[in-house]
Design a protein around this ligand. Structure first.
Ligand code: PLP
Length: 382
Protein backbone atom coordinates (compact mmCIF):
# COMPACT_ATOMS: atom_id res chain seq x y z
CA UNK A 1 0.00 0.00 0.00
CA UNK A 2 1.22 3.51 -0.81
CA UNK A 3 -0.20 5.79 1.85
CA UNK A 4 -0.64 9.39 0.70
CA UNK A 5 -3.43 10.41 3.07
CA UNK A 6 -1.34 11.70 5.96
CA UNK A 7 -3.48 14.82 6.46
CA UNK A 8 -6.34 12.48 7.35
CA UNK A 9 -4.25 10.51 9.81
CA UNK A 10 -0.77 9.03 10.12
CA UNK A 11 0.90 5.75 10.89
CA UNK A 12 2.02 5.58 14.52
CA UNK A 13 5.83 5.74 14.59
CA UNK A 14 7.57 2.61 15.93
CA UNK A 15 9.46 4.72 18.49
CA UNK A 16 6.12 6.10 19.70
CA UNK A 17 4.63 2.61 20.18
CA UNK A 18 7.76 1.52 22.04
CA UNK A 19 7.70 4.56 24.34
CA UNK A 20 4.01 4.09 25.18
CA UNK A 21 4.09 0.40 26.00
CA UNK A 22 5.65 0.62 29.52
CA UNK A 23 3.03 3.19 30.55
CA UNK A 24 0.26 0.75 29.68
CA UNK A 25 1.69 -2.37 31.31
CA UNK A 26 4.37 -1.38 33.84
CA UNK A 27 3.96 2.24 34.99
CA UNK A 28 0.19 2.08 34.85
CA UNK A 29 -0.42 3.98 38.07
CA UNK A 30 -2.72 6.97 38.26
CA UNK A 31 -0.39 9.94 37.76
CA UNK A 32 -1.90 11.57 40.84
CA UNK A 33 -1.34 8.57 43.14
CA UNK A 34 1.38 9.05 45.72
CA UNK A 35 2.91 5.54 45.42
CA UNK A 36 5.82 4.63 43.22
CA UNK A 37 3.72 3.50 40.22
CA UNK A 38 1.77 6.75 40.40
CA UNK A 39 4.98 8.77 40.62
CA UNK A 40 6.45 6.95 37.62
CA UNK A 41 3.30 7.69 35.61
CA UNK A 42 3.40 11.33 36.71
CA UNK A 43 7.01 11.60 35.59
CA UNK A 44 6.11 10.16 32.17
CA UNK A 45 3.18 12.56 31.83
CA UNK A 46 5.22 15.62 32.74
CA UNK A 47 8.08 14.58 30.50
CA UNK A 48 5.58 14.29 27.64
CA UNK A 49 4.26 17.77 28.46
CA UNK A 50 7.80 19.16 28.19
CA UNK A 51 8.31 17.42 24.84
CA UNK A 52 5.10 18.91 23.43
CA UNK A 53 6.06 22.32 24.84
CA UNK A 54 9.43 22.09 23.10
CA UNK A 55 7.71 21.52 19.75
CA UNK A 56 5.48 24.57 20.32
CA UNK A 57 8.15 26.83 21.81
CA UNK A 58 6.44 27.35 25.17
CA UNK A 59 6.86 26.45 28.84
CA UNK A 60 5.60 23.01 29.84
CA UNK A 61 2.99 24.45 32.21
CA UNK A 62 1.20 26.10 29.27
CA UNK A 63 0.30 22.73 27.68
CA UNK A 64 -3.03 20.96 28.39
CA UNK A 65 -3.66 17.43 27.13
CA UNK A 66 -7.00 16.67 25.47
CA UNK A 67 -8.32 13.79 23.34
CA UNK A 68 -7.98 15.32 19.83
CA UNK A 69 -7.95 18.45 17.72
CA UNK A 70 -11.73 18.75 17.70
CA UNK A 71 -11.92 18.68 21.49
CA UNK A 72 -9.04 21.15 21.78
CA UNK A 73 -10.84 23.63 19.53
CA UNK A 74 -14.15 23.13 21.38
CA UNK A 75 -12.56 23.68 24.79
CA UNK A 76 -11.10 26.98 23.64
CA UNK A 77 -14.20 28.26 21.84
CA UNK A 78 -16.72 27.31 24.51
CA UNK A 79 -14.36 28.08 27.39
CA UNK A 80 -13.50 31.54 26.10
CA UNK A 81 -17.03 32.59 25.23
CA UNK A 82 -18.41 31.92 28.67
CA UNK A 83 -15.73 34.18 30.13
CA UNK A 84 -16.56 37.40 28.36
CA UNK A 85 -19.13 40.09 27.63
CA UNK A 86 -17.75 40.30 24.10
CA UNK A 87 -19.88 38.16 21.76
CA UNK A 88 -18.27 38.48 18.35
CA UNK A 89 -16.15 35.69 16.87
CA UNK A 90 -14.37 36.02 13.53
CA UNK A 91 -13.28 32.93 11.61
CA UNK A 92 -11.97 32.33 8.10
CA UNK A 93 -14.19 30.51 5.62
CA UNK A 94 -11.67 27.68 5.32
CA UNK A 95 -11.44 26.70 8.99
CA UNK A 96 -11.95 23.05 9.86
CA UNK A 97 -15.54 21.96 10.69
CA UNK A 98 -14.48 21.57 14.33
CA UNK A 99 -14.30 25.37 14.36
CA UNK A 100 -16.93 26.41 11.82
CA UNK A 101 -19.66 23.94 12.77
CA UNK A 102 -19.17 24.69 16.44
CA UNK A 103 -19.36 28.44 15.84
CA UNK A 104 -22.42 28.09 13.62
CA UNK A 105 -24.17 26.11 16.34
CA UNK A 106 -23.27 28.77 18.91
CA UNK A 107 -24.55 31.44 16.56
CA UNK A 108 -27.82 29.64 15.90
CA UNK A 109 -28.39 29.48 19.65
CA UNK A 110 -27.82 33.21 19.95
CA UNK A 111 -24.64 32.72 21.98
CA UNK A 112 -22.31 34.55 19.61
CA UNK A 113 -22.24 36.82 16.58
CA UNK A 114 -20.21 35.03 13.91
CA UNK A 115 -18.37 36.81 11.10
CA UNK A 116 -16.84 34.58 8.42
CA UNK A 117 -14.01 36.07 6.37
CA UNK A 118 -13.44 34.93 2.80
CA UNK A 119 -10.31 33.81 0.98
CA UNK A 120 -9.18 34.33 -2.61
CA UNK A 121 -8.47 31.76 -5.34
CA UNK A 122 -5.02 31.17 -3.87
CA UNK A 123 -6.47 30.57 -0.43
CA UNK A 124 -5.17 33.90 0.94
CA UNK A 125 -7.32 35.41 3.71
CA UNK A 126 -9.00 38.75 3.00
CA UNK A 127 -7.08 40.61 5.70
CA UNK A 128 -8.74 43.94 4.90
CA UNK A 129 -12.20 42.56 5.61
CA UNK A 130 -10.86 40.83 8.71
CA UNK A 131 -9.40 44.10 10.03
CA UNK A 132 -12.67 45.90 9.23
CA UNK A 133 -14.74 43.28 11.08
CA UNK A 134 -12.57 43.29 14.20
CA UNK A 135 -13.81 45.71 16.84
CA UNK A 136 -14.12 46.12 20.59
CA UNK A 137 -16.97 43.58 20.64
CA UNK A 138 -14.68 40.88 19.21
CA UNK A 139 -13.75 38.13 21.66
CA UNK A 140 -11.90 35.70 19.41
CA UNK A 141 -10.38 35.43 15.96
CA UNK A 142 -9.93 31.87 14.64
CA UNK A 143 -7.30 31.24 12.02
CA UNK A 144 -5.72 27.94 11.16
CA UNK A 145 -1.99 27.93 10.50
CA UNK A 146 -2.24 25.39 7.67
CA UNK A 147 -5.32 24.46 5.68
CA UNK A 148 -6.04 20.73 5.71
CA UNK A 149 -7.17 20.32 2.07
CA UNK A 150 -4.82 22.69 0.24
CA UNK A 151 -1.93 23.02 2.71
CA UNK A 152 -2.08 26.82 2.38
CA UNK A 153 -0.24 28.58 5.22
CA UNK A 154 -1.95 31.62 6.74
CA UNK A 155 -0.33 34.85 8.02
CA UNK A 156 -1.19 34.13 11.64
CA UNK A 157 1.05 36.82 13.10
CA UNK A 158 -0.66 39.51 11.03
CA UNK A 159 -4.05 38.25 12.19
CA UNK A 160 -2.78 38.32 15.77
CA UNK A 161 -1.80 41.96 15.24
CA UNK A 162 -5.38 42.75 14.24
CA UNK A 163 -6.68 40.90 17.30
CA UNK A 164 -4.31 42.78 19.62
CA UNK A 165 -5.45 46.17 18.29
CA UNK A 166 -9.02 45.52 19.45
CA UNK A 167 -8.21 43.53 22.59
CA UNK A 168 -9.43 40.23 21.11
CA UNK A 169 -7.71 36.85 21.42
CA UNK A 170 -6.59 34.49 18.69
CA UNK A 171 -7.08 30.74 18.39
CA UNK A 172 -4.60 29.10 16.05
CA UNK A 173 -5.59 25.65 14.81
CA UNK A 174 -2.17 24.13 14.15
CA UNK A 175 -3.45 20.57 13.79
CA UNK A 176 -2.10 20.24 10.23
CA UNK A 177 0.97 22.42 10.72
CA UNK A 178 2.47 20.65 13.75
CA UNK A 179 5.37 18.47 12.74
CA UNK A 180 5.40 19.79 9.15
CA UNK A 181 6.62 23.38 9.66
CA UNK A 182 8.42 25.00 12.61
CA UNK A 183 6.08 26.25 15.32
CA UNK A 184 6.67 29.00 17.86
CA UNK A 185 3.71 30.31 19.82
CA UNK A 186 5.50 33.60 20.59
CA UNK A 187 6.46 34.23 16.99
CA UNK A 188 2.87 33.49 15.97
CA UNK A 189 1.63 35.58 18.91
CA UNK A 190 -1.05 32.94 19.57
CA UNK A 191 -3.26 33.05 22.66
CA UNK A 192 -4.38 29.47 22.12
CA UNK A 193 -2.94 26.89 19.74
CA UNK A 194 -4.32 23.40 19.16
CA UNK A 195 -2.71 20.18 17.91
CA UNK A 196 -3.72 16.55 17.44
CA UNK A 197 -1.52 13.50 17.98
CA UNK A 198 -2.77 11.33 15.15
CA UNK A 199 -1.67 13.87 12.54
CA UNK A 200 1.96 13.58 13.60
CA UNK A 201 2.57 9.86 14.06
CA UNK A 202 1.13 9.57 17.58
CA UNK A 203 -2.03 7.51 18.20
CA UNK A 204 -5.61 8.69 17.85
CA UNK A 205 -7.15 9.81 21.12
CA UNK A 206 -4.66 12.44 22.25
CA UNK A 207 -4.35 16.15 21.49
CA UNK A 208 -3.17 19.29 23.24
CA UNK A 209 -3.83 22.99 23.70
CA UNK A 210 -1.32 25.74 24.32
CA UNK A 211 -2.80 28.42 26.58
CA UNK A 212 -0.89 31.71 26.87
CA UNK A 213 -0.13 32.81 30.42
CA UNK A 214 -2.88 35.04 31.80
CA UNK A 215 -5.58 33.67 29.48
CA UNK A 216 -8.60 32.14 31.19
CA UNK A 217 -10.83 29.37 29.88
CA UNK A 218 -13.90 28.11 31.67
CA UNK A 219 -13.68 24.29 31.83
CA UNK A 220 -16.42 22.45 29.93
CA UNK A 221 -16.90 20.05 32.81
CA UNK A 222 -15.74 19.74 36.40
CA UNK A 223 -14.17 16.90 38.31
CA UNK A 224 -10.79 16.21 39.85
CA UNK A 225 -9.23 19.33 38.35
CA UNK A 226 -6.64 17.60 36.18
CA UNK A 227 -4.83 19.48 33.40
CA UNK A 228 -4.64 22.68 35.46
CA UNK A 229 -8.38 22.53 36.08
CA UNK A 230 -9.20 22.78 32.36
CA UNK A 231 -9.94 19.12 31.61
CA UNK A 232 -10.87 16.97 34.56
CA UNK A 233 -10.47 13.23 34.14
CA UNK A 234 -7.54 10.88 34.73
CA UNK A 235 -4.95 11.62 32.08
CA UNK A 236 -4.32 8.88 29.47
CA UNK A 237 -0.64 8.68 30.38
CA UNK A 238 0.50 6.25 27.69
CA UNK A 239 -1.24 8.30 24.97
CA UNK A 240 0.33 11.49 26.31
CA UNK A 241 3.74 9.77 26.31
CA UNK A 242 2.98 8.84 22.69
CA UNK A 243 2.26 12.46 21.79
CA UNK A 244 5.35 13.65 23.63
CA UNK A 245 7.57 11.15 21.82
CA UNK A 246 5.95 12.01 18.48
CA UNK A 247 6.54 15.72 19.14
CA UNK A 248 10.22 15.10 19.88
CA UNK A 249 10.55 12.98 16.73
CA UNK A 250 8.75 15.60 14.66
CA UNK A 251 11.11 18.32 15.85
CA UNK A 252 14.09 16.12 15.07
CA UNK A 253 12.76 15.30 11.59
CA UNK A 254 11.66 18.81 10.57
CA UNK A 255 14.61 19.17 8.15
CA UNK A 256 13.37 16.01 6.40
CA UNK A 257 10.22 17.93 5.44
CA UNK A 258 12.33 19.72 2.82
CA UNK A 259 12.92 16.33 1.17
CA UNK A 260 9.19 15.69 1.46
CA UNK A 261 8.58 19.02 -0.31
CA UNK A 262 10.80 17.88 -3.19
CA UNK A 263 8.86 14.62 -3.46
CA UNK A 264 5.57 16.53 -3.42
CA UNK A 265 6.83 18.86 -6.16
CA UNK A 266 8.00 15.89 -8.21
CA UNK A 267 4.56 14.33 -7.90
CA UNK A 268 2.89 17.55 -9.08
CA UNK A 269 5.33 18.10 -11.95
CA UNK A 270 5.11 14.56 -13.11
CA UNK A 271 1.29 14.50 -13.09
CA UNK A 272 0.73 17.94 -14.63
CA UNK A 273 3.28 17.33 -17.39
CA UNK A 274 1.42 14.19 -18.47
CA UNK A 275 -2.18 15.06 -17.69
CA UNK A 276 -2.37 18.48 -19.27
CA UNK A 277 -5.80 19.34 -17.90
CA UNK A 278 -4.67 18.75 -14.26
CA UNK A 279 -4.48 21.84 -12.05
CA UNK A 280 -2.66 22.18 -8.72
CA UNK A 281 -4.58 24.26 -6.19
CA UNK A 282 -2.72 27.25 -4.70
CA UNK A 283 0.55 26.07 -6.22
CA UNK A 284 2.20 29.48 -5.99
CA UNK A 285 1.04 30.17 -2.42
CA UNK A 286 3.16 29.27 0.63
CA UNK A 287 1.99 25.75 1.47
CA UNK A 288 2.76 22.84 3.75
CA UNK A 289 5.59 20.80 2.24
CA UNK A 290 3.58 17.57 2.26
CA UNK A 291 0.23 18.56 0.76
CA UNK A 292 -0.96 18.64 -2.83
CA UNK A 293 -4.48 19.21 -4.05
CA UNK A 294 -4.70 18.37 -7.74
CA UNK A 295 -7.88 18.84 -9.77
CA UNK A 296 -8.79 16.72 -12.77
CA UNK A 297 -11.60 18.60 -14.50
CA UNK A 298 -14.48 16.48 -15.65
CA UNK A 299 -13.52 13.44 -13.58
CA UNK A 300 -15.06 13.05 -10.10
CA UNK A 301 -12.32 12.77 -7.50
CA UNK A 302 -14.22 9.96 -5.78
CA UNK A 303 -13.79 7.86 -8.93
CA UNK A 304 -10.05 8.53 -9.13
CA UNK A 305 -9.55 7.84 -5.45
CA UNK A 306 -11.49 4.57 -5.64
CA UNK A 307 -9.52 3.37 -8.67
CA UNK A 308 -6.18 4.38 -7.16
CA UNK A 309 -7.10 2.35 -4.11
CA UNK A 310 -8.47 -0.79 -5.74
CA UNK A 311 -6.28 -0.99 -8.86
CA UNK A 312 -3.00 0.59 -7.75
CA UNK A 313 -2.95 0.28 -3.93
CA UNK A 314 -2.59 4.04 -3.47
CA UNK A 315 -4.48 5.74 -0.62
CA UNK A 316 -5.35 9.37 -1.38
CA UNK A 317 -8.49 11.35 -0.64
CA UNK A 318 -11.16 13.25 -2.50
CA UNK A 319 -11.25 16.97 -1.86
CA UNK A 320 -14.98 16.75 -2.40
CA UNK A 321 -17.35 15.59 0.31
CA UNK A 322 -19.35 12.76 -1.16
CA UNK A 323 -22.35 11.38 0.60
CA UNK A 324 -25.16 9.32 -0.85
CA UNK A 325 -26.12 12.02 -3.34
CA UNK A 326 -24.16 13.43 -6.24
CA UNK A 327 -20.61 14.66 -5.53
CA UNK A 328 -20.51 18.05 -3.84
CA UNK A 329 -17.50 20.34 -4.10
CA UNK A 330 -15.68 20.86 -0.81
CA UNK A 331 -16.54 23.92 1.27
CA UNK A 332 -12.89 24.96 1.23
CA UNK A 333 -12.48 24.90 -2.55
CA UNK A 334 -15.87 26.57 -2.97
CA UNK A 335 -14.82 29.32 -0.55
CA UNK A 336 -11.73 29.83 -2.72
CA UNK A 337 -14.00 30.47 -5.71
CA UNK A 338 -12.73 27.40 -7.55
CA UNK A 339 -15.10 26.30 -10.32
CA UNK A 340 -17.42 23.45 -9.48
CA UNK A 341 -15.95 21.19 -12.17
CA UNK A 342 -12.42 21.65 -10.84
CA UNK A 343 -13.51 21.33 -7.21
CA UNK A 344 -15.34 18.05 -7.79
CA UNK A 345 -12.25 16.62 -9.46
CA UNK A 346 -9.88 17.59 -6.62
CA UNK A 347 -7.72 14.79 -5.22
CA UNK A 348 -5.58 15.41 -2.15
CA UNK A 349 -2.25 13.68 -1.85
CA UNK A 350 -0.59 14.16 1.55
CA UNK A 351 2.89 12.78 2.13
CA UNK A 352 4.84 12.04 5.29
CA UNK A 353 8.46 11.62 6.25
CA UNK A 354 8.03 7.92 5.46
CA UNK A 355 7.06 8.56 1.81
CA UNK A 356 9.69 7.35 -0.67
CA UNK A 357 10.70 8.47 -4.17
CA UNK A 358 9.61 5.08 -5.53
CA UNK A 359 6.16 5.54 -4.05
CA UNK A 360 5.87 8.96 -5.67
CA UNK A 361 6.96 7.59 -9.06
CA UNK A 362 4.44 4.73 -8.79
CA UNK A 363 1.67 7.11 -7.74
CA UNK A 364 2.29 9.49 -10.63
CA UNK A 365 2.28 6.55 -13.05
CA UNK A 366 -0.92 5.21 -11.51
CA UNK A 367 -2.67 8.57 -11.80
CA UNK A 368 -1.64 8.98 -15.43
CA UNK A 369 -2.78 5.43 -16.29
CA UNK A 370 -6.04 5.93 -14.45
CA UNK A 371 -6.82 9.23 -16.13
CA UNK A 372 -6.05 7.81 -19.57
CA UNK A 373 -8.34 4.86 -18.80
CA UNK A 374 -11.15 7.11 -17.56
CA UNK A 375 -10.95 9.31 -20.64
CA UNK A 376 -10.83 6.27 -22.94
CA UNK A 377 -13.92 4.84 -21.19
CA UNK A 378 -15.81 8.09 -21.66
CA UNK A 379 -14.62 8.43 -25.27
CA UNK A 380 -12.80 11.68 -24.48
CA UNK A 381 -9.19 12.75 -24.79
CA UNK A 382 -6.74 13.24 -21.91
N1 PLP B 1 -8.25 21.01 12.60
C1 PLP B 1 -7.74 20.66 11.40
C2 PLP B 1 -7.10 21.70 10.56
C3 PLP B 1 -7.82 19.34 10.96
O1 PLP B 1 -7.33 19.02 9.76
C4 PLP B 1 -8.44 18.38 11.79
C5 PLP B 1 -8.58 16.98 11.34
O2 PLP B 1 -8.65 16.69 10.17
C6 PLP B 1 -8.94 18.79 13.03
C7 PLP B 1 -8.84 20.09 13.40
C8 PLP B 1 -9.61 17.81 13.96
O3 PLP B 1 -8.66 16.97 14.53
P1 PLP B 1 -9.08 15.57 15.21
O4 PLP B 1 -9.33 14.61 14.10
O5 PLP B 1 -7.92 15.20 16.04
O6 PLP B 1 -10.29 15.85 16.02
Amino acid sequence: MIYLDNNATTRVADEVMAAMQPYATTYYGNPHSAHSLGRAAHKGLENARSQVAALLGCAADRVRFTSCGTESNAIVLRGAMSQSERRKVIATAVEHPSILNMLRRMQSRGEIELVVIGVDRDGAIDLESLAAAADERTRMICVMLAQNETGVLHPVRQVAGIARRVGAEILVDAVQAAGKVPLDVDELDADYLTISGHKLHAPKGIGAIYVREGRELDPLWLGGGQEFGLRSGTEPVSLAVGLGTAAALAAEHLPVMEDVRKLRDTLEDSITSQVLSARVTAQATPRLPNTSSISFPGVPASLIVASLDTMHEVCASAGAACDSGPARPSATLTAMGIDRELAIGAVRFSLSRYTTADEIASTAAAVVTQLAQTHADSGGVA
